[in-house]
Design a protein around this ligand. Structure first.
Ligand code: HEC
Length: 101
């Protein structure tokens, strides 16, 4: 049983990295304010991906914003700092957001 679960987990993480990263976003509370394809409190992640498409430094820039928060890019509502997100997870989340189409 244990082995089956491990195999399943490995298969899922290989076959569905996008889902794994959405799970990370959910666990970090990002999905309370964001959805993949519609605006909630914050912009939809697809809109974010479209805005930064082709920008080389977008992952670093968005990772910093995810950790520190900020406002003025999408409107007056600020994103609070997400102190529960470390550097590695912020980069992973930024890369996932940018990969959405
Ligand atoms: C309390 C609500 C809230 C939470 C929680 C939240 N965000 Fe945001 N987010 C916002 C708002 C509002 C904006 C728009 C900020 C602006 O206009 O500059 C935003 C903007 C963004 C952007 C675009 C930044 C830019 O400069 O274009 C990204 C990427 C993002 N959020 C990712 C995340 C991730 C990943 C998490 C989870 C760690 C998260 N957000 C959690 C409200 C939130």
């Amino acid at each position: 049983m244990k082995r089956t679960l491990i195999t399943l987990a490995m298969t899922l993480s290989v076959a569905a990295p996008a889902l794994a990263d959405q799970a990370l976003a959910t666990s970090k509370n990002c999905m309370a304010c964001h959805a993949v394809d519609k605006k909630l409190v914050g912009p939809s992640y697809k809109d974010v991906a479209a805005k930064y498409a082709g920008q080389k430094d977008a992952v670093d820039k968005l990772a910093a914003k995810i950790m520190k928060g900020g406002s003025g890019v999408w409107g007056p509502v600020p994103m609070p700092a997400n102190a529960q997100v470390n550097d590695a997870d912020a980069k992973k989340l930024a890369a996932w957001v940018l990969s959405l189409k």
